[in-house]
Design a protein around this ligand. Sequence first.
Ligand code: DGY
Length: 330
Amino acid sequence: MSARSPILITRKIPGRGVEMLRREFGDVDINPHDRPFTPEELAAEVIGRRGVLCLLSDRIDGHILAAAADCQVFANYAVGYDNIDVPKATRRGVLVANTPGVLTDATADTAWALLMAVARRIIEGDTLVRSGRWTGWKPAELLGADIAGQTLGLVGAGRIGSAVAKRSRGWGMNVLYCEEVRNHQLEAECGATRVEFDVLIRQSDFISIHVPLTEKTRGMFGREQFQAMKESAILVNTSRGLVVDELALVEALRTGEIAGAGLDTYANEPRLAPGLAELDNVVLLPHIGSATIRTRGRMSELAAGAIITALRGGVPQNAVNPEAVEHRGK
Ligand code: DGY
């Protein structure tokens, strides 16, 4: 029986990453299914691996880390890494890497696509035309919201939030942001103003979420926040679904507490909250924020590069826990 490859890729990925890994390590094993591994399959698959290229849909918890006793690095094919128990990985001396930077523009574009689609009711219009029920130009058909000159509120103003703000200059928007530390560059480039979260939600016409999922951000948009928002407000979420209480969102959209929402991510993917799909004032995407050909290719190179660097004994630049190496052999 041939030995197991030291490298596992938990799902077929596009781009040069696989080729890079093959050049370095010879054969690599790739999930043969067109679905994620089940937790049981994953636990069996990681045994004996030295590096794993995993996806945001893989839960890398204590159980998987224990099974992956020989593994030195998990490279997540995503910028978000809330699917990985990083403190546990660190304690075991396992590096965790992600794919920052390369997906900034693609994700900012997706946020804008959602914002515009909801504001201008693009999906409803497309559906109407295709249905054959459209009877011609009408003065009051599918009236939407203006974007130019309105206030854009960014919850999180890191790379992606800043890229969303930069795009808003074309619409002459007033930009508010909340972020733990002041973003001087964003203020200089976009005239953005840092405000408290409760001010941002009350004053913004469009709110776009760009925070990682943490214990602090989980459920940060709930009933109370929707009640505080303008009735005309539109919420866009391209970060993580669990930042929003989806049941409260469905209720807010149904009762007109807010005007609309554009979502790329969900609390329990691929499942939707009850009632969400029945609403006309929400645009729903299948978590495609970073899904451009170039971006997904660059993500695969970055993730593969992290595995190569780590297994050559280095610490990848995109490691989120470089201190993990200090825990080795302890
Ligand atoms: C990420 O990278 O975290 C996105 O959600 C998927 O590209």
